[in-house]
Ligand binder design. Structure first.
Ligand code: PYC
Length: 313
């Protein structure tokens, strides 16, 4: 077991990303899905040590750089959090790209990164800003209604943006930080109701992100959101995959044209700028732009006798 793990911490529009740059597991050269499965089976203690208390926190998203199978990619990446493993992560991809630039590991302004759910293209717009051309995103189920404890009938869309989202049509409360605990509670109730109702993404996939929207407060934005992530932390950023899912819904409902700018504010009023294009298969390809800043270089230490060397929980 590696007792020392080097990480670089950044935040993308307020949402943290912790990139392992040394001391991570060797997951071989299989597909990213195979490497992620191996990490989950044999090296989950690394995820727990890096993310959970006392070395981490529920808000962190971790990123392990690993070998891509596509030679056009600069790296592969596996994202994880306090609950387990993510498919894609928009804010995390911006954090990874800014981290690679900080380390001097990328010289081109455009790179490809392989994730377990596909290849994304990242364009650096300077040292701290990046645009992520995401995986194809789509509206899967429109206007689904579920009976939710306390809230009654809640209607929303199920969409894929690199992760599975339920995008509620109505917002139960003002999207302010003062309401964050109650918003988290309501989002959790909706998630439970979807499970109880057997409402899933494609192939029975769990809908593990819940999204609320309201009118923006800040000039220039189209919308403000609150996103509850798996593990029950809320996204401080507007959520890259969540914004992609939103674009897919708007596009499918004829409410946003290709290349039309969509400015998504988060619960803390940080911002992603986004648009979509159609690819040759007529799929919706969102591009999300945001900023990330490096804020720590850390060596995580795990004493062999430390009862919490692999985190609490
Ligand atoms: O930006 O896609 C995202 C994301 C997913 C979970 C946290 N952030």
């Amino acid at each position: 077991m590696s007792n020392s793990i080097k990480v670089i911490d950044s935040h993308t529009e307020g949402e943290p990303t912790r990139v392992i740059i040394d001391g991570g597991p060797d997951l071989g050269a299989g597909s990213l899905l195979e490497q992620r499965a191996l990490m989950a089976q044999q090296y989950d203690h690394i995820r727990r040590a890096v993310i959970l208390e006392p070395r981490g926190s529920d808000v962190l998203v971790g990123a392990l750089l690993c070998p891509p199978t596509d030679p056009a990619c600069a790296t592969g990446v596996i994202f994880f959090n306090n609950r387990g493993y993510l498919n894609m992560c928009g804010h995390g991809t911006i954090g990874v790209a800014v981290t690679l630039a900080y380390l001097g590991l990328i010289s081109e302004s455009e790179i490809k990164i392989e994730t377990p759910v596909g290849v994304v293209t990242v364009t650096m717009n300077g040292a701290n800003e990046a645009s992520v051309k995401n995986v194809a995103s789509y509206l899967y189920l429109a206007d689904v209604s579920v009976e939710v404890e306390t809230l009654g009938v809640v209607t929303g869309d199920v969409a894929w943006g690199g992760n599975w989202f339920f995008l509620a049509h109505d917002c139960p409360l003002d999207l302010t930080l003062a309401n964050q605990e109650l918003l988290t509670h309501y989002a959790r109730l909706i998630k439970n109701a979807l499970i109880k109702n057997n409402t899933t993404g494609k192939d029975g996939a769990e809908i593990d992100h819940i999204e609320f929207f309201s009118e923006p407060e800040v000039a220039g934005a189209d919308s403000k959101n609150f996103v509850l992530c798996p593990g029950d932390a809320y996204d401080r950023s507007p959520c890259g995959t969540g914004t992609s899912a939103k674009l897919a819904c708007l596009a499918a409902k004829g409410k946003l044209k290709p290349k039309q700018l969509w400015v998504q504010d988060s619960i803390i009023n940080s911002r992603f700028e986004a648009f979509y294009e159609f690819n040759e298969q007529a799929e919706i390809i969102p591009t999300i732009t945001g900023r990330a800043y490096i804020h720590a270089e850390t060596t995580i230490l795990r004493h062999p006798d430390d009862p919490f060397k692999n985190g609490i929980g």
